[in-house]
Design a protein. Sequence first.
Length: 448
Amino acid sequence: MNRQRRRIPCTSKTTALFLLTVSILLFSGRSAVSDSIRSAVRDYNRAVEYTEEGKLEKALSWFTRAIEEHPGFAQAYSDRALVHAMRNEFDQALSDTSMAIRLDPNDAGAWANRAFTHFQKGDLDKALVSYDQAIRLDPQSADAYRDRGYVHLIQDDPDTAISDLDRAIQLAPKDAEAYATRGRAYARKNEWDKAITNYHTSLQLNPKSAEVWCDRGYARAKTGNYERAFTDLDYAVRLAPEDATARFSRGLVHFEKGEPDRAMADYNEAIRLAPEYAEVYRERGYLHLMQNRLDEAVSDLNNAIRLDPKDAAAYNRRGMAHLRKGDPEQAIEDYNKSLQLDKTEAETWYNRGYARTIQGKLEPALSDLNYAVRLAPKDAAARFSRGFAHFTKGDLDRAIADYTEAIRLDPDYAAVYVNRAKAYQAKGQKDQADADLAKAKQLGFQPE
């Protein structure tokens, strides 16, 4: 489950350095200057309050007033940049952080706000550069380590993320968000017990986070503990009944448990709550596909791709739907697009190989399938697909070898027994073929 969040960091109150400047100027008797600074501080603090309340337009107005009253107010530029970034006004945000850094090159907070701006803009490499500078200037900044760890996680580098998050937690052991993010990093590594431990600590510190209840519920489902998973997920839905993510997460677990009707109900509600939620369309489309509602599957996957054109999984699954509809050429176009976006997903390689086999393009098919097996040597479907290509080519021994390995990897894979039976029949080995067909029927295969 790929569900990413863009955290909004809190702005700080007026810096001690700026208040010290105010007190020095007041003591020196420079009343005109001190009045303007005092007014700027008041306006700045009002802007901070509006920021924390989410009233961003008012916050911008008051930050601007503070800057007009004191043009050297670096902190005001830095925090106004943060508000611009929250409003996706990236050019203005970068301009403000540049001014803040020009006024105070050693202000770690300004560099952190610049990093956040790059992050919001999607420039993750630039975000890391700015976080690196923020940490060099302030090695005790738990927030910077936490946020840099989150960027590393998004870049699919969970080990580096965990290193940063370890340091963040060492510096700020009561930061619920740091534990939650470290839990997600362990989840990315499929280390579900460690993920659950981190989510648990996060919830002890902040029991009102529906997102973390969802994450812990999903992690518990991955360990097979569905009872406790649904306890978490149901609570998340009660805690945030209008949160589409809570419904979506619960739907995923219903699907994994083999409860398609309940999964569909949650997906439908998630889309009602958030009609532009690309991931839900992708997963609902996949559920339609698994239930052989192919037109509905394609429709949902079209929406998923429209909303997120860089979702490799959505193209892969639409390719699967087109193949089932009898259109291998269109399926291969989707698999090609998926592989342009993500070359590491074995399923897409063996899906394209399978489609090429159906087209009779056996050499390209085997090239895809060999690569899929190298990527995922323990994936029974990869072996099954390559076995089908070998069978189609007439190489029965290699087909049987792949089917046999697929059965070793997944002894309950009924379709493999059926296909191995066909290979045995082609070799004239009737007893082995009959045994495989009997096993397939035992597993629920219904002959046409």
